[in-house]
Design a protein around this ligand. Structure first.
Ligand SMILES: Cc1ncc(COP(=O)(O)O)c(C=O)c1O
Length: 369
């Protein structure tokens, strides 16, 4: 039995730290709440793997009703297809001969779908698919205002769609537009207005294709902050939300989500030093936590604040001397960004009623290629 497996059945405080914890009851509730929402409408859920990077959790989402999985990278898609999940969207451009060869190999053993936004890439994927004798399903990514990847709405989308339809071994499935510039806006009203405005570009692009005799079967987009807005646009067929399974302190501030999804992810740390009454140091720094959205904060200690991280240390400041914590004791931290935090860890521990139930490998962690 490996060291990590030997913790199963024991109290979580016996785990060595830093250790990534998942509260299994909350995880199950988050998955079920999202599934319940989608069971009541005609749009489907295709959750994003990038949050948990774990095919076991992806399978739970599918068992609850999701139609497939969204990935950002080929390596993630390979991990879920290896696990046995077939319907996978890579919501990203796969460019260059090495990667296209891997894409074609995946197409040979799954219902892989990939986003494109330029003609050369379409040509390359078609050529490779033809020489291997496989078919690749294609979505055109449209820039609906995030200004990341994506064809500009309008005639460019039509021209690219015609090219795909005329290309051997490609199946044109539809359009994708991700409103990443809107998902974390705190005001629901603001999100609603922005989604209505920006997703109209995707809707108009669909109309243009349909008027030109090209059928658009799939309209994909949406994240955790907009799932219940974007999914109500009648043209949308699927939503790519990811963070809802874990949540984090950044998404906690997004109005409306707090009532639906709770924090299932935390990092268990050990206090390694209290050199001053008001300074407490934990064994978790920027090699196990991310800070692009701010410092993670202790759970359950309102008089303690994380004021800085170095590589392997987290520095907490207490607002009073009387706080009762000493070296060797454990506290949990709440990540500010669940997706990038998970990617720093090889394993996570599933906890129920404070007891370790599972140790899972985070299979697709670091699969950035
Ligand atoms: C293309 C795409 N779709 C969906 C999502 C899901 O976002 P969220 O984590 O807000 O649910 C992301 C997040 O980065 C994304 O890049």
């Amino acid at each position: 039995m490996s060291d990590t497996q030997s913790f199963i059945g024991k109290h979580r405080d016996l785990l060595d730290t830093p250790a990534l914890l998942i509260d299994l009851d909350i995880l199950d509730d988050n998955i079920q709440n999202m599934a319940d929402y989608f069971s009541g409408i005609s749009t489907d859920l295709r959750p994003h793997l990038k949050t948990h990077k774990n095919p076991i959790i992806a399978q739970k989402q599918i068992d609850a009703g999701a139609i497939g999985i969204t990935c950002a990278k080929l390596g993630e898609a390979e991990a879920v297809v290896d696990f046995g999940i077939q319907d996978v969207l890579i919501a990203n451009q796969i460019v260059g001969p090495q990667k296209i060869e891997r894409l074609i190999n995946l197409a040979d053993r799954s219902r892989i779908m990939v986003a494109v936004d330029c003609s050369e890439n379409v040509q390359d994927i078609s050529d490779a698919a033809k020489s291997k004798g496989v078919t690749v399903r294609i979505l055109i990514e449209v820039n609906i205002g995030m200004n990341r990847c994506g064809v500009e709405p309008g005639n460019d989308v039509l021209e690219l769609a015609k090219h795909i339809c005329d290309s051997p071994n490609l199946v044109f499935e539809g359009l994708m537009g991700y409103e990443g510039h809107i998902v974390a806006r705190t005001s629901k009203d603001d999100r609603e207005k922005a989604v209505k405005n920006d997703m109209q570009h995707l809707v108009d692009s669909k109309k243009l294709l349909t008027e030109n005799g090209i059928s658009v079967n799939i309209m994909s987009g949406g994240g955790t902050g907009t799932y219940d807005i974007t999914s109500r646009i009648p043209e949308m067929t699927e939503i790519q939300a990811g963070s809802y399974v874990f949540m984090d302190s950044t998404y906690n501030r997004v109005e409306g989500l707090d009532k639906k999804f709770e924090n299932s992810l935390s990092l268990l740390t050990t206090i390694v030093s209290r050199p001053q009454p008001k300074r407490i140091i934990v064994d978790a720094g920027m090699k196990v936590l991310t800070t692009e959205f701010g410092n993670p904060q202790p759970i359950g200690y309102s008089d303690l604040e994380m004021v800085g991280l170095s590589e392997e240390h987290g520095k907490l400041e207490a607002s009073n001397d009387s706080i009762n914590l000493k070296p060797g004791e454990k506290i949990k931290l709440l990540p500010t960004h669940c997706c990038t935090t998970v990617n720093l860890h090889d394993k996570c521990y599933g906890i129920r009623n404070e007891i370790v139930e599972y140790c899972w490998d985070i299979t697709a962690r670091g699969k950035a290629q």
